[in-house]
Design a binder for this molecule. Sequence first.
Ligand code: ZN
Length: 386
Amino acid sequence: MNNFYSYNPVKVIFGKGMIARMPGELGGFERILLLLGQGSARRNGAYDQAMTALAGKTVVEFAGIEPNPEYDTCLRAVQTAREHEVDFILAVGGGSVADAAKFVALAAHFSGEDPWRLITREAPPPKDILPLGCILTLPASGSEVNNSFILSRRATRSKQGFFLPALYPRFSILDPATTLGLSRAQTALGLIDTFVHVLEQYATHDTASPLQARQAEAILATLVEIAEPLLDRPDDYDLRATAMWCAAQAQNGTINRGQPMDWATHAIGHELTVLYDLPHAQTLALVLGGVHRHCLAGKRQRLAQFGRRVWGLAGDDAAVAAAAIDATEAFFHRLGVATRFSQLDMEAGKVAEEVTALVADKGFQPLGERQDIDLAAVAAILRAQA
Ligand code: ZN
């Protein structure tokens, strides 16, 4: 097992009606920036419950954070935070709103020029980073339980991640009842995002960390168990609760301790979002199988273990590992999500050309847990997903 630190201070407040417990978490904070997405919080009840719980506080609203949050929008939210001298950022929405809240918390007291330089680490973070909290209404990214965020900057065709210890939410309230109205597509994409988050941390190579492996397999097997029932019964509170807790468990730092991580699928997927504005988890479903087939030699042992323990497959390692990749893509299909570019009327050869041109332009670093996925490999992976 590799050496590691383990630290996660996020207080998770989970369950139906738990937004009402928020006042106990906000003692001492009086001027709240309420950050919202594109309207869902008003439909799913989270907004009204949050406003009730914020009675007596000064609340400044900023709505309109989009999926794959845009830097320019987030800059306007930073401006609002400064003008109203808020002392706390509260995100109400999905992972994109939580990500935006972290950036606003980071940049609100930054006095330098162009806060993008914070994200690229060209400028040091300010000392006074604002505290933040989260009311989650769309489980997928896991941003509610960690200290990282990703912003898009469409003007420069960039999508950049960042993390810092000061950006852990003080609390995250997860009420599965607020997710009951999510569409079939949102639900399927959230499940797939979670599934891929686990595989990016698990399907690497064994470092004698059997507990972390079984913790990852438990999340994967649970997702397989609940995914189709949840699409059939979207009003089932307990299935929604399990999906929400799986998304948090995948990204709270439990399963990657002492483990090498991959994240090549996410890195390539981010470029597909930049170029074609595809939903995040759709890009992952398109890329994952290609990455796993390309890296089969290095990942064989873990993919075979995944095939046996999650998909119930039998046979030798090579056969089971290959069959596990197919079984995963078949699972995504059953959830109604494409795994081949042709299924979206896209031409894989052209995609491979455009993605490699874009990443070469931005300065490409080899991907994967072994840093052995070079530009030619990225192109081959994308072409193989025709
Ligand atoms: Zn993701």
